[in-house]
Design a protein around this ligand. Structure first.
Ligand SMILES: [Zn+2]
Length: 254
């Protein structure tokens, strides 16, 4: 009898422990309210969805912006050291993340930023002198201190982009991850011309944290209309509208 109780109790505590383990991540995710690109959970309301998202509404250096009125200057230019890497992708419900293998980084001045992931927006989030592009790629880097540096690349409609082909082929249709032994070379998605605009901004998704040094290349790369459509049909319009520049300086290299 005692043995039975003891056994039941062990099973119960094991079950409880497992239950807690299973519940904890779900609760952690549940603490962050769902957001979207339209309606009551759309960009106009992000700041009201959670105190954690307050910066989306009251921030003073939000992204994206219209890249206009730039000051010609000599901003520190990114020195990109990205490796060829196996392809790993994640449909996070808002965009497609290509998750970087460790070891790819860029230098900005004396600070090293590790490449974490890159992802896509249709249409572009940044606007260049009033012009919106059909797509924009964001290469997200993080420093040891936790600051982010993002390289933005506009995509215009043109020739099919062979560097996107393996990524698109692996794109999960539902939220979730996929990986393959296919090697990709992210540098193939950078424009030839390194001229860029630099400004201090934020994440373009909740919580809109103002921790991002933005570098947006002025020269677009190309992708076919079919490639752009394949992405936008899956994710819809996933671009935050442009934000007030709030007297920030925009630096343009030549
Ligand atoms: Zn982005």
């Amino acid at each position: 009898m005692l043995k039975c109780v003891s056994h039941a109790s062990k099973v119960l505590s094991a079950g409880l422990a497992l239950g807690l383990m299973a519940v904890a991540p779900a609760n952690a995710a549940g603490d962050k309210p769902a957001w979207s690109y339209e309606g009551s959970t759309g960009p106009e309301n992000w700041g009201k969805l959670s105190p954690d998202y307050a910066a989306c509404a009251i921030g003073a250096q939000q992204s994206p912006v219209d890249l206009t009125g730039a000051v010609e200057a000599y901003p520190a230019m990114p020195s990109v050291h990205w490796r060829t890497m196996p392809l790993r992708v994640k449909n996070n419900g808002h965009t497609l993340d290509v998750i970087a293998a460790p070891g790819s980084f860029m230098m900005l001045g004396t600070v090293l930023y590790e490449l974490v992931q890159f992802h896509f927006h249709t249409p572009s989030e940044h606007v260049l002198e009033g012009q919106t592009f059909p797509m924009e790629i964001h290469f997200v880097h993080r420093s040891e201190a936790g600051d982010l540096a993002v390289l933005g690349v506009f995509v215009m409609e043109g020739a099919a982009n062979s560097a996107l082909e393996p990524i698109w082929a692996l794109m999960p249709k539902e939220p979730g991850e996929a990986s393959s032994a296919t090697l990709i070379r992210p540098t193939d998605l950078l424009p030839d011309d390194g001229a860029l605009d630099r400004y201090a901004g934020s994440l373009t998704t909740p919580p809109c944290s103002e921790i991002v040094t933005w570098s947006v290349y002025l020269e677009p790369i190309e992708a076919s209309s079919a490639q752009i459509a394949a992405f936008s049909q899956l994710f819809g319009a996933n671009a935050r509208p442009i934000q007030a520049s709030d007297r920030r300086f925009l630096l343009r290299s030549d």
